[in-house]
Design a protein around this ligand. Structure first.
Ligand code: APR
Length: 225
């Protein structure tokens, strides 16, 4: 079975109604990253941070997988498919994909602030100050904030290196180390980048399909199947 590795970003979920970060109506236009998505923000004003992620969680739970998520899941009929996503939503999983690696964390999970191995599924949508782990410390969102290590990158690199086909979808490739993954693709892999903006500074000889995910991905999947 040929192996397809897929790197996705916020554009993948845009047509499910979730805002991207750096487009003109993006989340970082209306929120300051340093106020809501850094360890310093969490120290300074944890309630503001929790509220920001509560709102993200509420929206993710309302959202549904779009045509692109559903199309990627179909690839598993014929290929060994590995999705590496920068997204914190669970739309790939709900769309039917079975091998999904979350580089930047998961909105439906929370973890202990004293022991990062204590990770819990959140069954309700709202986290509050005072929600504690089994060791008695405050829980935080299971999200990689700016300035924090990205432990999953070590698992992502071999997934990219060993792929026959690499598809990058809906990401500005502006945030490292995720963006650096394209540099691990071998010259022998087929490389495809789907994004309505087309070219990025770092698209490393990818064939560019200048389309929204909801159009470009199902078309590509039909060709591959
Ligand atoms: N289909 C495909 N791509 C789209 C669509 C769409 N319908 N709409 C927008 N896009 C593209 C934009 O052209 C842009 O290239 O999605 C990309 C979104 O880029 P960013 O907002 O920078 O999101 P992303 O690359 O995922 O950001 C990476 O930055 O803030 C952090 O942790 C956050 O995981 C995120 C990381």
């Amino acid at each position: 079975m040929k192996k397809i590795s897929i790197l996705t970003g916020a554009g993948m979920s845009a047509e499910s109604g979730l805002r991207t970060f750096r487009d003109s109506d993006g989340l970082w236009e209306s929120h300051n990253v340093y106020d809501v998505a850094t360890p310093e923000a969490w120290q300074r004003d944890p309630e503001l941070v929790l509220n920001f992620y509560n709102e993200r969680r509420r929206q993710v739970r309302k959202a549904k997988p779009n045509k692109a998520h559903l199309a990627l899941a179909k690839l598993e009929k014929k290929y060994d498919v590995h999705i590496i996503t920068q997204n914190i939503d669970d739309l790939h999983e709900r769309g039917g994909s079975t091998q999904v690696l979350h580089l930047h964390g998961e909105i439906n999970k929370v973890r202990s602030t004293v022991d990062s191995r204590l990770i819990y599924e959140l069954d309700h949508w709202e986290m509050k100050l005072g929600d504690k782990c089994e060791k008695g410390s405050q829980l935080r969102p299971h999200i990689v904030w700016f300035g924090e290590p990205v432990p999953m990158i070590e698992k992502a690199i071999p997934i990219v290196k060993t792929a026959d086909i690499v598809i990058v979808i809906g990401t500005s490739l502006g945030v490292y180390p995720a963006a650096g993954l394209v540099n691990y693709v071998t010259p022998f892999s087929k490389k495809i980048y789907i994004d309505p903006k087309g070219i990025t500074e770092n698209n490393n000889n990818f064939k560019v399909i200048k389309e929204k995910a909801g159009v470009g991905v199902p078309t590509l999947v039909n060709k591959l199947l």
